[in-house]
Design a protein around this ligand. Structure first.
Ligand SMILES: *[C@@H]1O[C@H](CO)[C@@H](O)[C@H](O)[C@H]1NC(C)=O
Ligand SMILES: *[C@@H]1O[C@H](CO)[C@@H](O)[C@H](O)[C@H]1NC(C)=O
Ligand SMILES: O=C(O)CCC(=O)C(=O)O
Ligand SMILES: [Fe+2]
Length: 306
């Protein structure tokens, strides 16, 4: 869940001394939210359920989207812009291309909210041979200042694990880190906002060749790592910009679900990512979840662009 809580929960007017008008707005929002929560609890299964039943993996997160997705999500639902269903009306399957030029990418995908998977898009990235649990552990723990700054300033998503920080992730036993059988599974994600680490990481990858030359890339890298059977539960981000993600090792399936206003116009989409593939998704517009397959621990790196 890569949303900025501050944007949606800790609005200044909620915390500071406020005028009566603003109080009314807050009250209205709370009432709206409560009504939505009740409607969702009653009708959520109907609204969100039927389209998912086709796929077995999906059953897990039908339950998640069924109205138990937490308070923040409602505030986000209320405040996010309406999705233009024309974007997804004709998408029956996830768009996949084998090669794409910058021009075609700019025309069709860069800012359209149409997702795309580019097969074998990673060329000569040493990340493919370098990135591993041990590699990340080494670069983050060789200097206690790094892990401290990352814990204070960057985001960490423990998903279903007990880890509360990147530091804790790197303290697990080797057998578990290597996903030996019988060990407890794990899957986490984090942003890197440390310059030293960024410099090191960027020796091993470049921005995708098809991104528009004038697109500004975020300085923040996102890494998702972990093994089979886990993944990110369905959610919507509010990072404002679309993002790309490259599969470095292992494989995962992405499931995209159009927002409620397009439930009857657009289909859910899914796509499988193998090492070397790059996916581009506007995670602010598509609800999304991921599922990691058997085999090597999945490692991805990505970033936002505009
Ligand atoms: C993709 O297309 C570009 C230009 O059209 C070409 O230079 C490049 O070699 C192609 N890559 C692959 C993997 O086909
Ligand atoms: C796991 O990764 C290694 C190289 O890192 C590769 O040779 C092997 O085929 C991968 N295994 C699977 C199941 O993909
Ligand atoms: O790759 C994952 O498991 C989740 C990625 C995600 O949620 C995102 O990039 O917004
Ligand atoms: Fe996300």
């Amino acid at each position: 869940m890569r949303f900025l809580l501050e944007d949606h929960i800790r609005r200044p007017e909620i915390k500071s001394n406020k005028s009566t008008d603003e109080n009314h707005n807050v009250t209205a929002l709370i009432i709206l939210y409560t009504v939505l929560a009740i409607l969702c609890a009653v009708f959520g299964g109907y609204l969100f359920g039927p389209r998912f039943i086709e796929s077995n993996q999906i059953v897990d997160y039908v339950e998640t989207i069924d109205c138990l997705i937490g308070n923040n999500e409602y505030l986000m639902e209320v405040s996010r812009p309406i999705f233009d269903c024309d974007v997804c009306r004709h998408l029956k399957t996830f768009p996949i291309v084998n090669n794409i030029t910058e021009e075609e990418f700019s025309d069709k995908y860069a800012y359209s909210a149409v997702p795309v998977l580019v097969k074998n898009a990673v060329k000569d990235w040493s990340a493919m041979e370098t990135f591993s649990y041990d590699y990340f552990k080494e670069i983050y723990t060789k200097d206690p200042g790094i892990i401290r700054s990352v814990e204070e300033e960057c985001q960490f998503f423990p998903y279903s694990t007990e880890f509360r920080s990147l530091g804790e992730l790197f303290q697990m036993q080797d057998a578990r880190a290597q996903y030996e059988s019988g060990e407890k599974p794990w899957y986490v994600g984090w942003s890197n906002c440390n310059h030293q680490v960024q410099e090191e990481l960027r020796k091993h990858y470049h921005r995708p060749h098809f991104l528009p030359t004038d697109a500004e890339s975020s300085a923040i890298d996102w890494i998702f790592m972990g093994g089979r059977g886990l993944g990110a539960a369905i959610h919507l981000d509010s990072v404002r910009r679309p993002s790309w993600q490259a599969q470095i090792q292992g494989s995962k399936t992405w499931h995209l679900v159009p927002p409620p206003e397009c439930q009857f116009t657009c289909s859910p989409l899914k796509v499988h990512m193998a090492p070397g593939d790059i996916i581009v998704v506007d995670t602010n517009q598509w609800y999304h979840s991921t599922f990691i397959h058997d085999g090597n621990v999945s490692i991805t790196i990505g970033s936002e662009y505009d």
